[in-house]
Design a protein around this ligand. Structure first.
Ligand code: AHG
Ligand code: MN
Ligand code: MN
Length: 330
């Protein structure tokens, strides 16, 4: 007996119609899916093509650019730009905000086309992360950078695993799987498990000694209880946390033996990494805060490539961390 799973597009069409929405968002999402499939293809064939190495330049963050970073960025820019629905894009790979359809565009997109670069030479999982906000349709558009609580959707593809997770504002967090004809199918609602039995902690343990003391103590207390898991690609690490519960943390680096290597603002980028997973997590019943214990989604970006420390996952753990961080500051 053949079995036909519901596709992402059918799911979204139904959602838009149920809420009396236009098709503009559907058209934008279609372009994002086209981009993801194309990136998936380039990544799966990357080792054979010889495109998993360095591109020979550095990006706005001063990091070495990989050929795959460039390919993925070009792919996203092409598809999202030709959807005609985007005013401005922010890409991890481009210093300046990218103007698209300034007159007719309705959305802002903030994206990291290839996240988890240390996995690229090994062809291991990476992510394509994006957040979407809407232009001001009721008055003049001020083109400011939006805080996470203003996103209307945020999602991530884990590549080449073939999973796609998308959160829609006030409509939950959903996971899809790629099928044999490259459709994302089988919507499953993601809700963080309340039972701590499966919870995990995810962080780079090589950095453990560089975290603020109360965070180090908290980890020591928790390590008896929870397993540690770390892939080094936010999309993959957060994918596990969404399923199993627990906490992903990339704290501020404040005790590095070489003080020049401290990162008091953390490593992850607010608009297209931290706010994206935090938005998904909140729609799945979780929570997310920064190094001050303040909600990630309430941070209004001052610049497109701003960094933040990140604690994201099950509410009880985020609440514990948040009160520890607030106490340390008072
Ligand atoms: P990018 O590859 O886009 O520069 O970002 C990698 C990010 C993120 O995916 C991951 O969680 C984190 O950096 C890993 O950093 P460490 O290698 O410092 O653990
Ligand atoms: Mn990244
Ligand atoms: Mn990247």
């Amino acid at each position: 007996m053949l079995r036909f799973e519901e596709t992402f597009m059918d799911f979204l069409l139904e959602h838009q119609e149920r809420h009396n929405r236009t098709y503009h968002f559907l058209i934008l999402m279609n372009s994002i899916l086209n981009a993801a499939k194309r990136i998936q293809h380039y990544y799966l064939t990357g080792a054979l093509r010889g495109s998993l190495g360095l591109a020979g330049s550095t990006n706005v963050q001063g990091e070495e650019v990989l050929q795959m970073d460039q390919i993925a960025n070009d792919v996203v820019k092409h598809y999202v730009g030709s959807s005609g629905r985007v005013i401005h894009a922010v890409s991890e790979e481009e210093k300046e905000i990218i103007p698209m359809n300034l007159e007719g565009g309705r959305y802002f997109i903030y994206y990291d086309p290839m996240d988890g670069s240390s996995n690229v030479p090994h062809n291991l999982p990476v992510g394509f992360l994006f957040g979407i906000a809407k232009r001001n349709l009721d008055g003049p558009e001020d083109l400011h950078l939006r805080a996470g609580h203003e996103y209307i959707a945020a999602g991530m593809f884990v590549i080449p695993t073939g999973t796609f997770t998308l959160a829609l504002r006030n409509a939950g967090c959903w996971r899809f799987h790629i099928d044999e004809v490259m459709n994302y199918v089988k919507p499953t609602r993601m809700v963080l498990p309340e039972n701590p039995k499966t919870w995990e902690l995810s962080f780079n343990s090589a950095n453990r000694g560089t975290f603020a003391e109360p965070i180090r103590e908290w980890i020591t207390e928790k390590e008896k209880r929870y397993g540690f898991r770390y892939l080094g690609a936010l999309a993959g690490d957060f994918h596990r946390i969404l399923t199993n519960g627990g906490l992903f943390l990339y704290p501020a680096i404040v005790n590095h033996p070489d003080p020049a290597k401290n990162r008091p603002k953390g490593k992850l980028r607010l608009m297209y990494e931290a706010a994206v997973v935090s938005f998904m997590c909140c729609e799945a019943g979780g929570s997310a805060v920064d190094e001050e214990g303040m909600p990630i989604l309430s941070i209004v970006p001052e610049k497109p490539h701003q960094r933040t420390a990140l604690y994201v996952g099950s509410k009880p753990l985020v609440e514990e961390i948040s009160s520890i961080l607030k106490k340390a500051r008072s």
